[in-house]
Design a protein around this ligand. Sequence first.
Ligand code: 5GP
Length: 137
Amino acid sequence: MSTIFEKIISREIPAHIVYEDESVISFLDISQATSGHTLVVPKKAYANIFEMPDDLLAHSIKITKKIADACKKAFPLQGLNILSNNGEVAGQTVFHFHFHVIPRYETSDVSFKFTNHMNETSKEDYKKRALQIKEAL
Ligand code: 5GP
């Protein structure tokens, strides 16, 4: 299914494009979670990271680093988040894989809250979960 990003890529709708090459485009996120919030989007539409070919993913993260460096140069940022939401449950709203580049100016400008479940996680749980991942690799 076509998403709003394909319309931006084909110039059907406008966006503040900051970078473009044969396979990747980067433009300001309309929400501007912080000043300079930018998206890095592979031009070919894959819904999520699970569907992304390795070479395109590698190029996309390379461009993400380029955008991060440019943000660092352009803005008085104190830090920066790079994130990708994959699946509705993970907060994805546009089902065309992308990275968010989010400049950070202060601790409270965005809230990413991870709950620490360390106290409820037994040694066996850690061991089992690590083994499940290792066996799936
Ligand atoms: P997700 O929620 O899938 O991780 O991120 C999708 C992002 O796309 C959101 O942060 C949202 O603000 C942004 N977005 C949605 N529609 C548009 C649009 O029309 N133009 C731009 N530039 N960004 C958009």
